[in-house]
Ligand binder design. Sequence first.
Ligand code: NAD
Length: 319
Amino acid sequence: MFGKLLTAVTTMPKLCRMILTDKVAVVTGSGRGLGLAYARALAAAGAAVVVNDVDADAARAAAAQIEAAGGRAVAEVAAVGTTEAADALVRRAVDSFGRLDVMVTNAGVLRDKVLWKMSDEDFDTVVQVHLRGTFTCARAAAAHMREQGTGGRIIVAGSPAGQRGNFGQTNYSAAKAGIAAMVRTWSMELARADITANAVIPVAATAMTKTIAAFAPHVEALEDHGTPLPDALRKGEGFGTPEDAAPLVVFLASDAAAGITGQCIGIGGDKLALWSHPQEISVAYADGGWSAEAIAAAWPVSVGRTPETVGVPAPGTGL
Ligand SMILES: NC(=O)c1ccc[n+]([C@@H]2O[C@H](COP(=O)([O-])OP(=O)(O)OC[C@H]3O[C@@H](n4cnc5c(N)ncnc54)[C@H](O)[C@@H]3O)[C@@H](O)[C@H]2O)c1
């Protein structure tokens, strides 16, 4: 697998610099973690950025940090998930910087529990922030970008859990799978307006992944002592820093990614990946249709012979 990766890297064409000086971006949940890395990288490439977070101190500190580094940023404190919050973010971009080109829907929370212990509130909270937050922000952005008439970029946050399922994450995997499905739909609906829609599937050391036992000591060593993540994580798990994931957002925001839409793209550590789209992988036909008995007979030798694997592999197990 690494061999394939190295082949891709060595055959890479000449690098060109990503310049976003005319672009205005909103990044939700960018007070810390991946969102902060995305906002900083977009600003470093020249974009003006609306930093959003539900945590007011984190949002303001992030905007100040970007400005101190010579970038352009304002903070808009809001809990994404509602139409009002989404409209406020788009309005802030337009009021502060005159336009909106890039909407990055990154804000997220976890409420992990196994199915039989998950409360309605656990489910609704995660769906509200991730799925509804992504829907409302993308809708507000798309409406404005269509009116503006100069195309645009919608970049959403998926997850390996949404692609494969993950233990204890009924709410989160449902929301993330829904987000991937929305991106595929939006890639069709927005194509005529030159607006692309793609999902970034990151894996990175943040407050969120510090809760995973196998990653925790590495995340702590990185945070406390700046200890670099080992190759086994960077390549083996595709697990890196938030800064490792940010270049994909800059690329997708750039003119170089104008033709890329409807994709779920993985990034983390040293790894860049394209996730497959759902498709029928095994098909059989029965003249006049299928009875339950016929399905039972055909399943083990036909359509069901090689079932799909599921689940995010436990770090370090390679499973
Ligand atoms: N870290 C990973 O490995 C990983 C993997 C897959 C997907 N993701 C996704 O990437 C995104 C960022 O994750 P992270 O690891 O940086 O998490 P994080 O917890 O470090 O940061 C999330 C940020 O979102 C903010 N936030 C939460 N609810 C909000 C709301 N309603 N409105 C505005 N801001 C809100 C938080 O205050 C926080 O600053 C999430 O969507 C997450 O699901 C992360």
